[in-house]
Design a protein around this ligand. Structure first.
Ligand code: GFB
Length: 317
């Protein structure tokens, strides 16, 4: 892959796809191909086929997906399963039939068993029961991994699968019903600071542990792996450290500058007790994350504030 290559970033308006696009643009790629959801429905096999026939992408970052936090996954399992399966099947199959040189598929750390040994190594895939709150999403992502492997084996394709840890950053979803914990807490603390609320509600017990990676680091890792790795083995992408939800809440409260209390709503699920990836395989390949968590949270909070200003400006324009 080089700056002249025809590179399709699927899902370029989302958290991950927008970061990959920024990363490639910064490196001078000038044959980037993108489509909004309205411009191309990846759930429609015929539309996908026509798009591949006309655009002839050589490299694909498959970052299009139905994603969401613990509540959205638990409430809409059929949507998460159906939409992710169809996106993966249509894109991966078309990539093979239209001679795409290489495809990078983005999975998720939730493909690993709920009680996998920590940190979770790539070989722990398919060794135990999944976490029930996101089993449908996880099974769709496991199917994506298997599609890549099967197309490599049967057709000699060069499709790789990358398992990112919990991600955050610019263009994240800040809707409290569908978002992940980090953007949700940025919004909750910011709104409580603005309105003067005496406390903020954090879901669950605060004890679950998660690993958080700034999405620009993930984008860098994806470009690195596209250039430097081929094979059937999945590759974990994370920072190698985790923190509890309680520690995260305190960190975000400090960044936002909120002085009220934190309350735990134990009617909401905790989900997996711990999710930390073993990233030694990625380190051996020669890549490590660089953005410290507090710095990434600051940048995300700044983006959140600016995006609020942008939407106010759009409304008043
Ligand atoms: O980020 P999150 O929604 O997803 O939740 P998962 C992580 C933890 O934060 C859970 C707690 O223990 C939540 O109960 N939490 C506390 C909150 N306050 C909040 C809040 O206001 N909003 C949210 N959303 N959580 C997802 C999977 O699991 O992780 C997906 O459902 C995917 O499939 C994604 O794998 C990366 O880490 O539990």
């Amino acid at each position: 892959m080089n700056p002249e290559s025809r590179v399709y970033v699927a899902g370029h308006r989302g958290l991950v796809g927008s970061a990959i696009l920024r990363r490639l643009e910064a490196e001078g790629y000038d044959n980037l191909i993108t489509r909004s959801h309205a411009g191309l429905d990846l759930g429609d096999p015929q539309a996908v086929d026509e798009f591949f026939a006309s655009e002839k992408p050589e490299y694909i970052f498959l970052a299009a997906a139905r994603v969401g936090g613990i509540l959205a996954n638990d409430t809409y399992p059929a949507d998460f399963l159906r939409e992710n399966l169809t996106i993966e099947l249509n894109s991966i199959d078309a990539a093979q039939r239209h001679g795409v040189r290489k495809l990078l598929f983005l999975g998720s750390s939730c493909v690993y068993p709920k009680f996998a040994p920590q940190p979770m190594r790539e070989e722990h895939l398919l060794t135990g029961e999944l976490e029930p709150t996101n089993r449908s999403y996880a099974i769709a992502k496991i199917a994506g991994i298997e599609l890549c492997r099967a197309y490599n084996k049967q057709y000699g394709a060069d499709f790789i699968s990358v398992m990112p840890t919990n991600l955050y950053g610019p263009h994240d979803d800040f809707d409290l019903q569908t978002s992940h914990v980090l953007p949700a807490l940025i919004r909750k603390f910011h709104e409580a600071k603005t309105t003067g609320d005496r406390s903020v509600s954090v879901w669950g017990t605060g004890t679950p542990r998660r690993e958080f990676m700034y999405v620009d680091d993930l984008a860098d890792a994806c470009v690195f792996l596209m250039k430097n790795y081929s094979g059937d083995e999945i590759i974990n992408v994370g920072v190698g450290r985790d923190i509890s939800v309680e520690e995260l809440a305190i960190l975000i409260r400090n960044v936002v500058g909120y002085e009220g209390a934190i309350e735990y709503d134990t009617s909401k699920p905790d989900g997996t007790p711990r999710k930390l990836l073993d990233v030694s395989r990625l380190h051996e390949l020669g890549w490590e994350a660089s953005t410290p968590l507090e710095e990434g949270i600051r940048q995300t909070y700044e983006w959140y504030l600016a995006s609020g200003r942008r939407s106010m400006e759009t409304k008043s324009a």
